[in-house]
Design a protein around this ligand. Structure first.
Ligand code: ADP
Ligand code: MG
Length: 373
């Protein structure tokens, strides 16, 4: 097992910069998820760590040693891809053994390792099956097993669950999390799915256009996004963004003018904000409350009501506000399209972003993180 350190890692293809100045410390045994929209450079970064691409600039260390010049097989990394391309003419055991056979590992040693890994992945009853006789989830487990038998110090996963249906994805997600608990190996996992990132990661790295937008534990990113990009990417449905105007600002609070003219004070650091400045108010759909308990209320017409059983997702049209506001309400509450609905805001749950996208740091100590509120 090993730590992974990225120091000012840059990757260019000709004049095109794909990855810019990435600095990142991954601890031994940590589960780190790279997440971001398609094309932001997640796979590129993973391939740089694997040694499948040359690093243009910067230093990469695995286990404290510079590895920039080492070929993939000498880096003690094992990669699991989205398309797991098993050899169709080989059975499960042969597929898993293939890499070790190439490395001229002793036959008995190979069969011991394959047996051991097969047991962990619950493939021990399937060792003689050909890939075509396996389900998608089983095939993905073979692909993971093929990597595991080589006992890499660092596991690299590139969207390994994207080819599976929704149900299997959830199952495999849990299996990989359990595998990590069991192996205590360093794992770097790439996905575009923020739910996978939130549920699996010790630490999430949000990438935007080849740069790190924020690094931190899942709940820190959820409650304290440093910028509007992270705020919009983490959380589902997405955070609502509304244009507001700063009336007064200090290090302890910003007083804003809401759409419609009312005022509200938000406890964020406004030392970078000038009165009159246009800001963006961020409110998560799950943070609206009943108007009686609220610091501020919006009234709007329900344009779409999605009733999901345990909760409703309501899409409200508010006067003078674009686009619609999405909020989550109790599933037992009866709601109908066309009805007027009051959406209550709690000032301490609000986020404020400046025009350049940076968040005004929130002062509220979230109970989920601090447990003292
Ligand atoms: P992601 O995995 O986040 O979807 P990638 O790392 O695959 O993104 O790609 C990041 C960007 O790099 C994309 O814009 C892609 O077109 C570009 N890219 C990837 N490989 C090459 C290459 N060999 N030559 C030029 N551009 C590339
Ligand atoms: Mg990719």
């Amino acid at each position: 097992m090993a730590s992974v350190t990225l120091r000012n890692i840059c990757k260019s293809y000709g004049d095109i910069k794909i990855t810019r100045g990435i600095n990142l410390d991954i601890a031994d045994g940590e589960f780190v998820v790279f997440v971001g929209p398609s094309g932001c450079g997640k796979s590129t970064l993973l391939r740089l760590i694997a040694g499948l691409e040359d690093i243009t600039e910067g230093e990469l260390q695995i286990g404290g040693e510079r590895v920039n010049e080492l070929p993939p097989m000498d880096r003690s990394v094992g990669m699991v891809f989205q398309s797991y391309a098993l050899y169709p003419h080989m059975d499960v055991a042969e597929n898993m053994a293939f890499g070790l056979k190439l490395a001229k590992v002793d036959k008995r040693e190979i069969s011991r390792k394959v047996g051991e890994v097969a047991k962990i992945l619950q493939l021990d009853q399937l060792l003689e099956r050909k890939p075509k006789d396996l389900s998608g989830g089983q095939r993905q487990r073979v692909a993971i097993g093929r990597t595991m038998v080589r006992e890499p110090k660092v596991f690299l996963f590139d969207e390994p669950l994207s080819n599976l249906d929704a149900f299997l994805r959830v199952q495999m997600r849990i299996e990989i999390s359990r595998l990590h608990q069991r192996l205590q190996a360093t794992m770097i996992y790439v996905t575009h799915d923020q739910v996978e990132a939130m549920t699996m990661a010790d630490k999430i790295v949000v990438l935007n256009a080849g740069e790190i937008a924020q690094v931190g534990p899942p709940l820190e990113l959820y409650h304290y996004p440093k910028n509007q990009f992270v705020a919009g990417f983490i959380g589902s449905p997405q955070m609502n963004f509304l244009p507001v105007r700063a009336l007064q600002a200090s290090a302890s609070a910003v007083e804003i003018e809401m759409p419609g003219g009312s005022r509200m004070s938000v406890a964020v650091d406004g030392s970078q904000v000038s009165p009159g400045e246009t800001l963006t108010l961020g409110v998560r759909p799950e943070h609206f409350v009943d108007v009686e308990q609220a610091d501020f209320a919006f009234y709007g017409e329900i344009a779409v009501a999605e009733r999901l059983g345990d909760h409703n997702l309501l899409h409200l049209m508010l006067e003078g506000v674009e686009p619609m506001v999405t909020l989550r309400s109790d599933g037992n509450r009866k709601v109908a399209v066309g009805q007027t609905y009051g959406a209550g805001l709690m000032a301490n749950k609000c986020h404020l972003f400046r025009a350049d996208g940076y968040a005004c740091p929130r002062h509220y100590r979230e109970p989920a993180l601090f447990g003292d509120a």
